[in-house]
Structures are given as structure tokens and as C-alpha cells.
Design a protein around this ligand. Structure first.
Ligand code: HPA
Ligand code: ZN
Length: 326
């Protein structure tokens, strides 16, 4: 066994990561060439130039446009493999990975292609990358509740590969309660539940995600800081928040990283984790994110250890045996 090396990145779990948001420009152009897809950018530099986001919606427009290069099982496998290699190099030992099936099924790429393609990489990730994984299927909240129910139905043959459900895409105007029925159905199937809430949407959406959808963990949850009673509840009930500080800067949820409330949230006793969200778009993977909050927010070694410990505490690492064997 090699000796402990203090220069190695701290071991951590990544709990808020959209696999489609790991599509780097180089891979996007390679997949476009392989699949004969015409991209509206001349080259990778021109594409990176387009990454000047004003808000969540302006990011989502590009995010959905670029994923048209993903067509075959092999594309999804290559995407996940590239992410897992980068994550491993930055100290990630466990990754709970979101995917957006409706963004693919809507353009004729089947649920099976997406899930089984991702699984080709995830299923061997412990061996190849030393990273254990879970897959979380997200519903697009700007699509209908009926579409979410149809998506859950289409996933039924693949549930052995899927640990939980989530809710993402354009938040404001699409409150959690719209998805009560599909979350009830997911719970009945034994799926774990999370949801994006309080990224751009108000603190009330966080409360609703807890009370109506029964989520165990809140993705982002940033705007809880506006409601002291909600903060007290999240602290009391040890509800994990999967914060994404670099994403918050790029999508202008905070003005600069130095303004991020993470230190105050930790001081308040919230169970915070830090994650990379869409690292190809927001300028950093998990280790880069830890480095950034250390350097810019002045978090000391104890706080960094707390963040790493929280990431494993908040992970869905207790559902393994039963689910894998069904
Ligand atoms: N928020 C909402 N939807 C998303 C995000 C996000 O940060 N990333 C990918 N889809
Ligand atoms: Zn997200």
C-alpha cells in the first residue's frame, strides 16, 4: 500500500452532477463528427465563447442544444467514462449522477439507449476508476406532470440501474407540487427522492419539495438563507443541501464567489455539500470546486473535512444490496 499522501485531493462524494453537463467542447465536436451532426459553432473556441450565461435559462438553452450530439449507447458510455476519469483524478470516490431522459427521448433517443449506455461506464467504474456510482433520473420541471409519469413508466425496465428520482430544469413557475403524483409513484417503486429547489426559485419551493414530494436531500437549496425558520428546520432534521458554488456564480445566483453564503450556512449548522453541477459549463470539477471555496471563502482544513464528511453522510450508500439484486 502506498503511504498516505497529503498532496492528494481529499476523498469526497459528488452528489449533484448532471452527466449531460460534463460534455466538454472537445468531446461534443468528436461526437458530432462521429454522428454526422452539424453544430452551429465553428470550433471549440467559438463554443466556449458562447458560455456567457445571464441566468439558468440562458444556460439551459445551450445545454439542451449541445446534447443533440448524444445519440448512441457508445456516446453515453464515452461521456460517463470521461467524467468518471476526471472525477477520480480530483478525489471523487463516489458519484451520484443525474441524467435528463426527457431531453433525449424528446429527440428520438430511447430510454434504454441512455440508461444502458451510461451503465456500460458506470457498471465497471469501481474497477476502472475506483469510483462507486448511483444513477438519479431527473424529470424536467418545465415539461408536464404527464410527461414525467410517462418517463417513470419508460424507466421501469431499467429500475435495477436507477437509485432515485430528481427534478431539474427551469425552476421559477414550476413549483414542486406539480410533480406530487410522479414522486408518490417513484416512492412506491422504492426510489429515493431529491429535487432542485431554491436555486432561482423561492424558499417556499424548498418547503414544498420536503412536504409534498418527500425529498430526502435538497439540490441547491441556496435560497433557504432567506427564511430563518426554514434554516432551523433543515438544521434540526439534518436535511442535506447539495450546493454548487461555481454554478451559482456562472448563473448569477450570487455576484461573485466571495459573496457565496456557504461559510455562513456551515456556521448555521446546515448539512452542506459542495458539488460541480455542470462542470464542463461552469469551470470546474469537484476538486476544483473544493479548491475554489478554500481559496476564495477562506475555509480552513476543518471546514473542508466537514464538507468531505458531509458528502458521504448525505450519499445514498445504504441502499446497495437490495436494489442491485432485484
Ligand atoms: N439547475 C436546473 N436544471 C439543471 C441544472 C441546474 O443547475 N443543470 C442542469 N439542469
Ligand atoms: Zn443541478
Amino acid at each position: 500500500k502506498p503511504p498516505y499522501d497529503a498532496s492528494m485531493p481529499v476523498p469526497k462524494a459528488e452528489l449533484h452532477l448532471h452527466i449531460e453537463g460534463t460534455l466538454e467542447p472537445e468531446l461534443a465536436f468528436a461526437l458530432a463528427a462521429r454522428n454526422g451532426v452539424d453544430l452551429p459553432w465553428a470550433d471549440t473556441d467559438a463554443l466556449r465563447e458562447a458560455y456567457r450565461f445571464q441566468d439558468l435559462q440562458s444556460f439551459l438553452n445551450l445545454y439542451y442544444a449541445l446534447m443533440t450530439v448524444l445519440r448512441t449507447e457508445r456516446d453515453f458510455e464515452d461521456l460517463a467514462d470521461a467524467y468518471l476519469a476526471r472525477a477520480a483524478a480530483q478525489g471523487v470516490r463516489h458519484a451520484e449522477i443525474f441524467f435528463d431522459p426527457q431531453a433525449h427521448t424528446a429527440r428520438g433517443v430511447g430510454m434504454g439507449t441512455v440508461v444502458e449506455g451510461l451503465w456500460r461506464a458506470l457498471g465497471r467504474s469501481e474497477e476502472t476508476h475506483g469510483v462507486s456510482t448511483r444513477l438519479i433520473m431527473c424529470f424536467l420541471r418545465d415539461e408536464s406532470a404527464e410527461s414525467a409519469l410517462a418517463t417513470l413508466d419508460a424507466a421501469k425496465p431499467h429500475l435495477g440501474r436507477i437509485t432515485g428520482v430528481g427534478l431539474d430544469s427551469a425552476e421559477v413557475g414550476h413549483p414542486p407540487a406539480k410533480f406530487r403524483e410522479v414522486y408518490e409513484a417513484a416512492a412506491a417503486l422504492g426510489l429515493r427522492r431529491v429535487a432542485h429547489a431554491g436555486e432561482e426559485g423561492p424558499p417556499e419551493y424548498i418547503t414544498e419539495a420536503l412536504d409534498v414530494l418527500g425529498v430526502e436531500r435538497v439540490d441547491h437549496g441556496l435560497r433557504c438563507v432567506e427564511d430563518p425558520e426554514l434554516v432551523a428546520r433543515l438544521v434540526r432534521d439534518r436535511i442535506p443541501l447539495t450546493l454548487c458554488p461555481l454554478s451559482n456564480v456562472r448563473l448569477r445566483a450570487v455576484d461573485t464567489l466571495a459573496d457565496h453564503p456557504l461559510p455562513a450556512m456551515l456556521d448555521a449548522g446546515l448539512l452542506c455539500t459542495v458539488n460541480s453541477d455542470d462542470p464542463a459549463y461552469f469551470g470546474g470539477y469537484a476538486g476544483d470546486t473544493f479548491d475554489a471555496v478554500r481559496d476564495t471563502l477562506g475555509l480552513g482544513p476543518e471546514r473542508l473535512r466537514e464538507l468531505a464528511r458531509n458528502s458521504f453522510l448525505a450519499a445514498f450508500l445504504d441502499d446497495d444490496e437490495g436494489r442491485r439484486s432485484r
